[in-house]
Ligand binder design. Structure first.
Ligand SMILES: [Zn+2]
Length: 361
């Protein structure tokens, strides 16, 4: 496996942090920034974990350390496909969501595989129950702007199209868009929904989000081709991508014009080779706008990183042979039918035995 070293040495990270502390007063909102003043947003992100959770305890340690650095303005995001094909897929994403709660995520976008009822599909009602359980377990919002319910034309009650999160006074708009695959592949469990291509949705939504946010990033599970379309959308500063499982040690740079800082697109691999990535986006107050003027990127090496105990304990709980964790905690373990079946079989067997005995006597 390739082992990408971070682009930042600890000393460089410290210097960058000190520079941020000096350049932006704490709790300075975009409105408080003076012309030409700078603000840096640090986005830590994962994508396409697919239930390969072994790295997550170390990711949690790095996330905690980064969030505890008071000189940084941090968001933690996931690009979707969290559980399908993983070791816990029978639990329909609940173990992974519980780990993500412990890791302090701010938002995730639903990947195409997060709509899939494992292992091979289900009814629309199965799909909605799964989405409900995921959203009710998550202590962060599930985003998906380009999927609506067929009957109502509205969003599913379990997802939001976007959120605006204030990070040290600066309003960050995060728009979630996903892949068309569930619809293109005729998955039965999404047959009550309509999927629209992400860039079309983004174009229709962007002005609403611009009116509410200082800075906009797109959290995308739409795939790189659509990401390149979306990177050209006015108002979008970065695309935190997913779906293709491409490892990007450097962002793919979408130039918006000669001499302009382009919109970076990033992705951290997926499935058996996935990373915790980081992108630092530096904005400069220019008139009423926050203009992206610089960015830097790294994929973390997890060498010599300790494992977070809380995330370890969640993994251990689900791996334990003795415990049988409930896949849908809010609805309770459905043991009614098996118990009833055993009782009926037992009564039936007893009745047969009783009749046999009678006939023998
Ligand atoms: Zn995937």
């Amino acid at each position: 496996m390739r082992n990408f070293k971070t682009k930042f040495s600890p000393l460089a990270l410290l210097l960058v942090s000190i520079t941020f502390m000096l350049s932006v007063p704490l709790n300075a909102g975009a409105a408080d920034l003076k012309e030409g003043e700078r603000y840096t947003l640090t986005v830590l992100h994962t994508n396409d974990i697919h239930g390969h959770v072994d790295k997550l305890p170390k990711f949690a340690t790095v996330i905690n350390e980064t969030k505890n650095n008071t000189g940084l303005n941090v968001l933690v995001l996931d690009g979707g496909d969290i559980f399908l094909r993983g070791e816990f897929q029978e639990f329909q994403g609940i173990p992974e969501i519980r780990m993500m709660n412990a890791m302090g995520y701010d938002a995730m976008v639903c990947g195409n595989n997060d709509f899939r009822v494992p292992p091979a599909g289900g009814t629309p009602s199965d799909g909605n129950n799964q989405l409900k359980a995921l959203s009710e377990t998550a202590q962060f919002p599930l985003l998906c702007a380009n999927v609506k319910m067929k009957d109502s034309g509205q969003y599913s009650e379990f997802v939001k199209p976007f959120i605006v999160k204030e990070v040290r006074g600066v309003k960050i708009g995060i728009i979630g868009v996903t892949s068309m695959k569930p619809q293109d592949r005729d998955w039965t469990e999404v047959s009550d929904k309509v999927f629209e291509r992400g860039d079309i949705t983004l174009n229709n939504l962007i002005n609403t989000v611009i009116s509410e946010a200082d800075v906009i990033i797109v959290l995308s599970h739409a795939g790189l081709i659509v990401d390149t379309y979306m990177a050209g959308t006015n108002g979008v500063s970065a695309i935190i991508g997913a779906d293709d499982h491409i490892v990007m040690p450097e962002p793919i740079y979408y130039a918006t014009g000669y001499g302009e800082t382009g919109t970076p697109i990033v992705q951290n691999g997926g499935e058996f080779e996935h990373y915790l990535g980081r992108i630092d986006l530096t904005f400069e107050k220019t008139g009423n706008a926050m203009k992206l003027v610089e960015y830097s990127r790294c994929l973390y090496s997890m060498e010599d990183v300790n494992e977070d105990v809380e995330v370890m304990s969640i993994i251990a709980e689900y791996r334990s042979e003795d415990s049988e964790p409930c896949p849908l905690p809010e609805t309770g373990c459905d043991i009614g039918f098996p118990v009833l079946a055993i009782v009926i079989v037992a009564l039936f067997s007893g009745a047969v035995l009783f009749r046999r005995k009678k006939s023998l006597s």
